[in-house]
Ligand binder design. Sequence first.
Ligand SMILES: *Cc1c(COP(=O)(O)O)cnc(C)c1O
Length: 341
Amino acid sequence: MAKTRPEDLDWNNLGFKYHDLPFRWVDKFQDGKWQGGQLTSDSTITFNEAAEELHYGQEIFEGLKAYRRKDGGINLFRPDQNAKRMTKSAERLLMEPYPEDKFIEAVKQVVLANQEFVPPYGSGGTLYLRPFMMGTQSIVGVAPSETYEFRIYATPVGAYVKGLNPMPYVISDYDRAAPYGTGQAKTAGNYASSLMPSLLAKKAGFADALYLDPKEHKYIDEFGGANFFGITKDGQFQTPKSDSILPSITKHSILKIAADLGLDPIETKIPIDNIDQFAEAGAMGTAAVISPVGSLTYQDKKYSFGNEKEAGPITQKLYDTLTGIQFGDLEDKYNWTIKLS
Ligand SMILES: *Cc1c(COP(=O)(O)O)cnc(C)c1O
């Protein structure tokens, strides 16, 4: 595959797709230890046909972004939280955690090596980083791998959903994770099971599916790749409390921001039957940032938030505050950002 050059890119229309950049990180766990890791230009991975990850799905990943500041420097946003969550995902899938300090160091090296691909300030683009790890041992009987490969690739991306355009979503009849399954781990399998419900939602004219809790199908869980929030008619920020959702770093950051804005935020069970308590709703995640939900359809009944055409004032304020901190325009009182240059 041909490497992408900066001059090939239209910074204002990047979309959300893969570009083969000059550098990525690679490290291997073998003989009981991580080898140390290095940058490589090779974007191809080679392993045996019986490799664990190909058959038994021992794969976990992360997603974070690098942001171009107004002064031309580069920010990372809470990479320590991604490192921690990857350790948790590794533990759930019996994989060998990548040392968290090495994780952060590797993220920094990948960004600096590809820094001409961090989109300009004001374009809305960011450099998306995808750390991932897989079990590579050739294995037939089901057991955890004894060897692993850890990698981080980078690709420049535009806003996942352009601007703050509310989109219609539908409650899925399917589940993305089981009640005591791997919903809290960022693992490939959860995404594999979300592909069909997501396609069905899109075919029916929706932006994507929103899942209910897999045990009772009574409470809102999350989207395939983003957590849910609602703003009640009297201005409270609510987000689901559930054991089968992925603990979003964006969500945890927004909970703090919402408290600072006096929105009395809570994590609580949100019955789908009470959806009409909300004046605004949205999705939160690194890729989605904050994407307003214009309407939610459940059992052929459609519930609309506001006029469905523009984001509500609280959603807009949360978005402006979060992205203001990430791009270095607003005070970062929690020290969430790291200046790379
Ligand atoms: C990654 C992910 C999120 C968002 O998490 P962030 O840390 O905010 O990027 C939400 N839900 C699922 C299922 C995810 O995989």
